[in-house]
Every structure is written in C-alpha cells, then in structure tokens.
Design a binder for this molecule. Structure first.
Ligand code: ASP
Ligand code: MG
Length: 424
C-alpha cells in the first residue's frame, strides 16, 4: 500500500462535472489500495474573480483581508470534492490549510511554509478516510492569521504535505500531459518530456514556464520527493521530476537542451545617468530590496568617459513596477541620476538544459537562431544550465519557435493536447 498525494489544479475542478470526474479518479486510486491525500485549487478562474471583486471595493486591499477572501476559493472546491466522493460511497473529509497544519510566516500574499504538522490528516488516513486539503493557504505562526502562498501556490502545499507525510509520490494534475519542451500554445510540435531533473525544472519555473510553482520544486528537491506532472483529462503517463533523470542501466541519454521557456510578465526599468561612483548601485538596489521587489536581470553599461555616468537597466515583475518607480523617484536627488525609463513591452526567452555545462557552442547556436528569426537581443543573463535573453514582446513567439527548431526539439507529430486551456 502506498501513500499517494494528488493535487488538482483549477481547470481540473472547474465545474460540477469536472469535480465528479476527479472524484472518480480519486476513489479509483483509493480502491487500488492506496492511502490518498488530495490538494485542490479553487474552481476555474475563481481566484482571478475574487481578486477582481476586491479591486472593485478597494484599490489597495489590506493583505490580511485579501488572503481571507482568496482562501475561500479553495474552501469551496475542497468541500464540493469531499461531497462528490461521499456520493461515490467513500468517506472523505476536507480540511483548510490551517487545519491541515500548514504553518507559514506572516507575509500576506506570498507566505513561506515554515512547518507542516499534519496530525489531523494522519488521523483521517488512519480512519480509512480520504483527506482533501485546501491548497495555497496556511496559518501564520506568530499572528495566527490566514495566509496565502502566492499565485499557483497549491503545488507547494501538495509537495510540502507529501514530504511531511512521507508520501511515495506527489502527483500534480493539470490540463496538459506534463512538461513540454516549449509552451504547446506557441509551438504546436513541442515534445512531452518524460523525465527531467529538479534543477532544470527549477530554472524553467523561474523563467516563466507556468507548469509548476517555483517553491514547490525547491521543496521537492530538498526532500528528494518525485513529482509526477500529468493531465486529469487523460490517463497518459506524464512527466517525472526527479533528482537524476537518467534511468540507471539504460543507454537513454538526456538531450543537451531540455526546453525553451518564455515569460511576458516582466518589465524593464533603466536608471539613466547614474554617477559612476562606488556605492551607487548598492543604494539603488537597497531601495528596491526595502520595497520587497525581486529583481531579475541586471545590465550596467560601460560608463561614458566624458560624463563619468552610466546607465543601469534591470527587469522586474510588471506588477511591482509602480512601487519600484515610486521608490526610485524618491531617491533621485540623493543618488543624482538623470531620469528613469520604463518599458513593459518586453519578454524573456530562456534556453534550459543541464547538458550545456559540458557542450560548447550552445550560446552561439541560440543567438544564431534568434538572428535567423530577425529578433534583436536587449539583455542577456546566464546560469550554468540556462541562457536568457530579453527581447521585444512581439518577438517572443518567433524567438521561442526558432530556438526550439534550432535545437531539434520539434516532434514530428503534434503531441500536445491542451485539454482545459487555462494551464491550471
Ligand atoms: N487558486 C490559486 C491561484 O489561482 C492557487 C493555485 O491555483 O495554485 O493562484
Ligand atoms: Mg498551477
């Protein structure tokens, strides 16, 4: 008998019919002799709708109340799913994040899990019940307030609970058959990846591939917990995220490049005419850090000898742009820079693959593919297993398609079926 943790995304529980279908799948897993813990997201677009509703009553809702509101989405789906399972003759019990023992820090909107104490979940399993847990939420250790883990955070709830319970596998159900070499909505011939390492998946998640929440992959890697990403709309085998994707004893060699990810959610700010002196960059980024803004790529120009000034550009989530611009304007006279430029019509395209560590020429080929597609590169950043470029937003599709082709990632048939359409 195994302990299976399953997480169902919003598209898998979008309406009553979907919930009944998922209930059958869960009951089948239970009847096969497994203990089952299920984590659910809110139905369909519920979280977006709740956010929209909040905006209508207040332009800047207090974080505590926003979390209170958003967590109600998952309470709806967990209770409905438990009812649907009961209707199939199995005992199920639903739990909020707090009841399930998901303890977090007190940062509303992006809380971090600091402990998981799933006593009640264990108890339910011991009583032969199926436990259903609301994803994306927890309770703060100090304030005792309800918190959320950030958009897409149900994945992290699932992996954290799976690790705490010592589950054999964590299955993440979505609306596509796993992780693909590129977004199948852009590249029709994207290929399904059967097995991939945590480190590559981390880079993909960080680079905008919206398939898994970043912290969920970090968590899984820390606990060496295998994740199986698959569709709830089919019974096909999905993608296994594991520490070593090479199957021992086989000659199956991993490709040099695993995939091409893209992200349209970032913007670029350029601080023009920064005096080329020690400490100026530190002051600028300290200001941004104090405003809790996560910076992604940074480029500093060589200073023009004549002026003794330089430009610093960086990218950040578009959602944080207003906060960043306001914070920087406040320090303009102190630092003495000339002006700020803002561009939200950018996109990031990233090539990811553990094989690039040991294979030269990957960068040249990538940039060649972009040139062939007539795409201009605005910024570049790299890690050991990733090369990212910032390009104009309208060039993203062409850049992804061209890079995907250049690295022979195209499949000769259309493999990707997008069942739900929202990617949740
Ligand atoms: N319902 C939340 C969201 O839409 C959490 C999740 O789906 O993982 O972001
Ligand atoms: Mg998700």
């Amino acid at each position: 008998m195994a302990l299976v943790v399953q997480k169902y995304g919003g598209s898998s529980v979008a309406d009553a019919a979907c919930i009944k279908r998922v209930a059958q799948r869960i009951v089948a897993t239970k009847k096969a002799g497994n203990d089952v813990v299920v984590i659910v997201s809110a139905m369909g677009d519920t979280t977006d709708e709740l956010l929209e509703l909040a905006q209508q009553v207040s332009p800047l809702p207090p974080g505590r109340e926003l979390d209170m509101l958003l967590t109600s989405g998952e309470r709806i789906s967990m209770a409905l799913l438990a009812m649907a399972i009961a209707n199939l003759g199995q005992e199920a019990r639903s739990f909020t994040g707090s009841q399930a023992g998901v303890i977090t820090d007190s940062t509303h909107g992006k809380a971090r899990i600091i402990d998981v104490t799933p006593g009640r979940i264990r108890g339910a399993l011991d009583d032969g019940q199926i436990a259903i847990v609301a994803g994306f939420q927890g309770v703060s250790q100090d304030t005792k307030d309800i918190t959320t883990l950030g958009r897409g955070g149900s994945d992290t709830t699932a992996v954290a609970l799976a690790a705490a319970l010592g589950a054999d596998v964590c299955e993440i159900y979505t609306d596509v058959d796993g992780i693909f070499t590129a977004d199948p909505r852009i590249v029709r011939t994207a290929r399904q990846i059967p097995r991939i390492s945590y480190e590559e998946t981390l880079e993909m998640a960080a680079c905008g591939a919206r398939i898994l929440h970043l912290r969920c992959v970090e968590y899984a890697r820390r606990f060496n917990l295998p994740i199986h990403v698959r569709s709830s709309f089919s019974t096909r085998e999905g993608t296994w995220v594991v520490s070593d994707p090479n199957i021992e004893g086989t000659e199956m060699e991993q490709p040099i490049i695993s995939g091409v990810a893209h992200d349209r959610s970032e913007a670029k700010i350029t601080v023009v005419g920064v005096p080329d002196k020690v400490g100026e960059a530190a002051a600028i980024f300290k200001t941004l850090a104090d405003a809790e803004i996560n910076i992604d790529m940074i480029v500093q120009n060589v200073s023009a000898a004549a002026t003794g000034r330089t430009d610093i550009s960086f990218t950040l989530p578009t959602n944080d742009s207003q906060t960043a611009l306001t914070a920087l304007k406040k320090m303009q006279s102190e630092v003495g820079f000339e002006k700020l430029l803002y561009d939200d019509q950018i996109g990031k395209v990233s090539l990811i693959g553990a094989g690039m560590r040991s294979h030269p020429g990957v960068t040249a080929k990538f940039f060649g593919a972009l040139a062939d597609a007539g795409v201009n590169i605005e910024m570049i950043s790299t890690s050991e297993i990733r090369i990212s470029v910032v390009v104009g937003q309208n060039d993203v599709d062409a850049a992804v398609t061209s890079a995907h082709r250049a690295f022979d990632l195209d499949s000769d048939q259309v493999e990707a079926v997008v069942y739900g359409g929202t990617g949740r």
